[in-house]
Design a protein around this ligand. Structure first.
Ligand code: SF4
Length: 317
């Protein structure tokens, strides 16, 4: 029941350095995982760690540098993507930037219906758009309005309606709530959960905030500087984090209990995240890891299964 699988996926962006030389930004480096049908895989890490690039590369919005992408066991790394565009959709981070301001909501949501020829008449198309508006909690009579006439939360609902218009199976949710007001965030998360339940959707849910991801995800992957450093079931990762970087992220998640919160020690990492154009040798985390040894500087740790379904990449584990 694996829906999406990636193997040793890499995405490099060439950048001109000076007159003659070209260097690569190694945004995604050798990432492998599988997403089961109906599950939510959360992906977390600091901004610039490659999680958004990874999500877009899986959808082939960026062409992979190397590695493989499988959809229901079919290799989709190369060749025409149109047949899979319908099955694999994306919800963008910034709804106002992702909606064309010159188009009405009806045109924005209906465009995908037209491309994939999912309505046989204008009336059927209009009916479908209205159904989708209702599904995401918007007034179907507002189909003729333009994006700027809606609030940020409503614009994100339009973005979700657009993704759902083609009846997808898999959706990359790329930080779908981080640009929204805190009061709206939980409404959107709850709606995504309800839709997953009702429509049998599978999500790759990308966020920099671990507290959001652990609420919605069945499993969580942690990324650092293009590498996947830990992957486990959500409860297991929260109870028993193994990788030093995951421990740092978890220590920053607020705890509602004031007594527990006072006794908890926040781990602060030294230094800035290195440039993906010049990543550190060996373990990419060694420049900031409090446990780094000489071996860490020379040898990249293997991503291993350390207990059932719990994977991490670290020499000291
Ligand atoms: Fe830290 Fe070394 Fe483990 Fe990397 S391999 S996380 S540097 S201890």
């Amino acid at each position: 029941d694996v829906l999406v699988r990636i193997e040793h996926l890499r995405k490099y962006f060439p950048v001109k350095e000076g007159f003659m030389s070209v260097k690569n930004v190694q945004a995604v480096e050798d990432v492998s995982f599988a997403i089961k049908e109906g599950e939510t895989l959360g992906l977390v890490g600091e901004s610039g760690c490659g999680k958004t690039t990874l999500g877009r590369t899986i959808l082939r919005l960026h062409e992979p540098t190397s590695g493989k992408i499988y959809y229901r066991d079919k290799d989709i790394t190369k060749g025409r993507m149109l047949p899979y565009r319908r099955k694999m959709q994306i919800i963008f981070q910034d709804p106002s930037a992702s909606l064309d301001p010159r188009k009405t909501v009806s045109d924005i949501v209906g465009e995908a219906i037209d491309i994939h020829k999912l309505a046989s008449s204008k009336a059927e198309r209009s009916e479908r758009v209205q159904e989708l508006m209702k599904l995401v909690g918007l007034n179907s009579e507002h189909c003729c309005r333009y994006p700027h006439e809606f609030s940020g939360g409503q614009q994100q609902r339009i973005g979700i309606a657009r993704a759902l218009a083609v009846q997808p199976e898999f959706i990359v949710c790329d930080e779908p709530i981080s640009a929204l007001d805190v009061s709206i965030q939980s409404q959107i998360v709850n709606m995504l959960e309800d839709m997953q339940h009702d429509l049998g959707l599978t999500y790759l849910f990308i966020a920099h905030d671990l507290s959001v991801v652990r609420h919605i995800s069945n499993r969580i992957g942690v990324m650092y500087l293009g590498n996947l450093v830990e992957l486990a079931e959500s409860r297991e990762l929260n109870k028993n984090p193994l990788h030093p970087y995951t421990k740092t992220l978890l220590s920053a998640v607020p705890v509602p209990d004031p007594v527990k919160s006072r006794s908890r020690k926040r781990i602060i990492l030294e230094g800035d995240i290195p440039s993906p154009m010049n990543p550190p040798s060996g373990c990419r985390f060694h420049t900031r890891c409090p446990y780094a040894t000489a071996r860490c500087k020379e040898e990249a740790p293997a991503f291993r299964e350390l207990s059932p379904n719990h994977f991490a990449a670290c020499h000291i584990l």
